[in-house]
Ligand binder design. Structure first.
Ligand code: NAD
Ligand code: UDP
Length: 310
């Protein structure tokens, strides 16, 4: 009998790749999404698959799933800063009420639960690179607080269910991930720079571009999530690519790879934009035998190709 995985946020960027990957590994997938920031286009090819079920549902409301469920992967949440600042209350609700509902579902089904957490739990970090032991530097009342605190609450709730109900829970602290199926207007740096470069427009660099990020290609991320899901690890694990770039160097790389002669246009740095970010991944290396395989150059070429076609 095939095992059933519930993927919330399954019509989003990471969620849709995860659904496809899990089907390829022989799982039955129940994808739950309300299309707040995702799209039916991302799962169009899966709709005819007899092992794939789609539920149009807002996970901040209780949900019932008939039959056995073996894994609940909670990936629903706006994830781009532009999106979560556009939907501040929904973001807080999906990370609190939504996480509570899905932990409840996993508990009732005796299923393994996984939370898609984020590097944003470290806020504007004062420790570099960020290990899982770092508690973070988050402004709870700033504009990013709606996302950061929702995820921190989600982590606390997940650990409480693990300790109190002895549930098998996982927390993936996901760092910046990119690839095909990102919405071209989601406001994140990869879709922005790639679409700007392809249309010959200036690349909008925030601040002076000295802030850093580290970018993980989607296939590597999905493999890491899968290994964590099947592991015996219950503490948070960072997943990301430790190759670090300043945003300015990243912009130049995209200009070079697209062959664009676009220029740079400087825009104000958003409030509380983290100055540095780089994952410490020794825990994932040791416990999951995982590390990213796709170089940023290789991943960006595939992503640029996808944006060109779409
Ligand atoms: P995304 O916006 O593409 O996908 C999120 C999905 O969740 C969308 O399909 C959206 O419609 C759905 N959703 C939102 N609220 C919902 C609700 N109340 N009920 C049902 N569905 C709802 O974002 P993504 O980049 O694919 O991120 C997926 C998850 O991974 C998020 O939880 C995010 O916090 C986490 N994450 C992503 C990154 C990254 O770089 N992509 C980094 C850190 C963490
Ligand atoms: N950024 C930028 N130009 C853009 C979009 C983003 O310079 O058009 C910067 C943003 O301010 C941040 C980094 O790129 O410093 C990554 O932003 P993103 O929105 O992708 O995600 P974040 O890592 O901030 O969650």
């Amino acid at each position: 009998m095939k095992k059933t995985v519930v993927v919330t946020g399954g019509a989003g960027f990471i969620g849709s790749h995860l659904c496809r990957f899990l089907l390829s590994k022989g799982f039955r997938v129940v994808c739950v999404d309300n299309f707040l920031t995702g799209s039916s286009v991302n799962i169009r090819d899966l709709m005819g698959n007899s092992d794939f079920v789609f539920m149009n549902h807002d996970v901040t409301k209780p949900l019932e799933i008939p039959g056995h469920v073996h894994f609940v992967l909670h990936f629903a949440s706006a994830a781009s800063p532009v999106d979560y600042m556009r939907f501040p209350i929904q973001t807080l609700k999906v990370g609190s009420l939504g996480t509570h509902n899905l932990l409840g579902l996993a508990k009732a089904k005796k299923a393994v639960f996984m939370l898609a957490s984020t590097s944003e739990v470290y806020g504007d970090p004062l420790v570099h690179p960020q290990p899982e032991t770092y508690w973070g530097n988050v402004n709870p009342i700033g504009p990013r607080g709606v996302y950061d605190e929702a995820k921190r609450f989600s982590e606390a709730l997940t650990m409480a269910y693990h300790r109190f109900h002895r549930m098998d829970t996982k927390i993936a602290r996901i760092f910046n991930t990119y690839g095909p199926c990102m919405r071209k207007d989601d406001g994140r740096v990869v879709p922005n720079f790639v679409t700007q470069a392809l249309s010959g427009k200036p690349l909008t660099v925030h601040g002076d571009g000295s802030q850093t990020r580290s970018f993980c290609y989607i296939t590597d991320m999905v493999e890491g999530i899968y290994r964590l899901m099947l592991s015996g690890v219950n503490d948070p694990v960072n997943l990301g690519n430790p190759e670090e770039f300043t945003v300015m160097d990243f912009a130049k790389k995209i200009l070079e790879l697209t062959g664009s002669r676009g220029k740079i246009a400087f825009k104000p740095l958003p409030v509380d934009d983290p100055k540095t970010r780089c994952p410490g991944i020794s825990k994932a290396r040791k416990l999951l035998k995982w590390e990213p395989k796709v170089s940023v150059g290789e991943g960006l070429k595939k992503t640029i190709e996808w944006f060109r076609k779409n």
